[in-house]
Design a protein around this ligand. Structure first.
Ligand code: ADP
Ligand code: MG
Length: 284
């Protein structure tokens, strides 16, 4: 590979909004065999909204929302932001002793009670009761159930949904035309991931992946590019054959990546691959 043709290739890419942070990535990108995508903020907008509030017995909708918002007050997770916004107009409750568990949820004490908020994994075996089938239905619609436990009982669930990016399906299709299958790697529940995957034409789904597990998933994909936006994604971006960050994502992800999609449009992945192949063909 001559330095000049690499310079021309990366220059052309930059004009198309694809920033190569390292020139060598051009060659590696031309040789990848599949592409793994993070879900939230990468294939979806990353601006989730509360869609359903389902209190269990003996609790009101507003009470449930206010309790969840009190726990999420100090969490940086996108789901926490959605819950806080939904509770904006309610009188705030005071929480103390906040702690968060990455990939699970958060907990705090409110009015002397232990309040846990997060995935079913965060609830450590508590019985979801009649809300179980409701959660399955919400997941099948692509909505993430956020459970709330009061002390040792499930007290309700709040569903949160995030829209897929308008070009996400086109991105998956463009990669398909280049002979590259797409996979999804997410911490979200399998039902939600499958529903979003169906919308986008992705059937290779790796869901319920804990923050540390993304590296393992990506490494197992072999010659793969991984596309992500979050702090959680940084180790996988660094470990992948080619790490591709969403330019509208976190600085940590951008620092860890070889390639940055400036506008955050996932179609940029296919653009970058096509360009890398053309450049390497001209060289050989
Ligand atoms: P992702 O961002 O890919 O959904 P995470 O690893 O951040 O994955 O989280 C995995 C799951 O854990 C989330 O889908 C959610 O169900 C739950 N979770 C994590 N943090 C929180 C939180 N602060 N509030 C509610 N749920 C949470
Ligand atoms: Mg993300």
């Amino acid at each position: 590979a001559t330095p000049v043709s690499i310079m021309v290739g990366t220059g052309r890419a930059a004009e198309l909004g694809v920033l190569f942070r390292k020139g060598e990535a051009l060659q590696r990108l031309s040789e990848i065999e599949r592409v793994g995508f993070d879900k939230t903020g990468t294939l979806t907008e990353g601006r989730p909204q509360v869609t359903d509030v389902l209190p269990g017995e003996g609790l009101g909708r507003e009470e449930l929302l206010a309790l969840a918002a009190a726990v999420e007050a100090r969490s940086e997770h996108p789901l926490a932001g959605a819950i806080r916004r939904a509770a904006e107009d309610l009188p705030p409750l005071e929480a103390e002793g906040f702690s968060s568990r990455p990939g699970h949820g958060a907990e705090a004490r409110v009015a002397g009670r232990r309040v846990r908020v997060g995935s079913l994994r965060m609830m450590e075996g508590l019985d979801p009761g009649p809300l179980g089938p409701e959660a399955a239905r919400l997941e099948a619609e692509g909505r993430t159930p956020v459970w709330l436990a009061l002390d040792d009982r499930i007290a309700g669930l709040i569903a949160v949904a995030d829209r897929v990016k308008p070009t996400a399906r086109a991105a998956v299709e463009a990669l398909g035309r280049l002979g590259l299958p797409a996979a999804m790697v997410t911490g979200d529940a399998p039902g939600v991931a499958r529903a979003i995957g169906r919308e986008l034409g992705i059937s290779d789904i790796h869901a319920g992946v804990l923050p540390g597990g993304k590296v393992e998933e990506v490494t197992a994909m072999g010659r793969a590019a991984f596309v992500g936006d979050g702090i959680n994604d940084a180790p996988a971006l660094a470990a992948a054959e080619v790490g591709i960050a969403i330019g509208t994502g976190t600085d940590v992800a951008i620092e860890a990546a070889d390639v940055v999609l400036m506008s955050g449009d996932p179609v940029g992945v296919a653009t970058a691959v096509a360009l890398s192949r053309r450049t390497m063909r001209n060289i050989r």
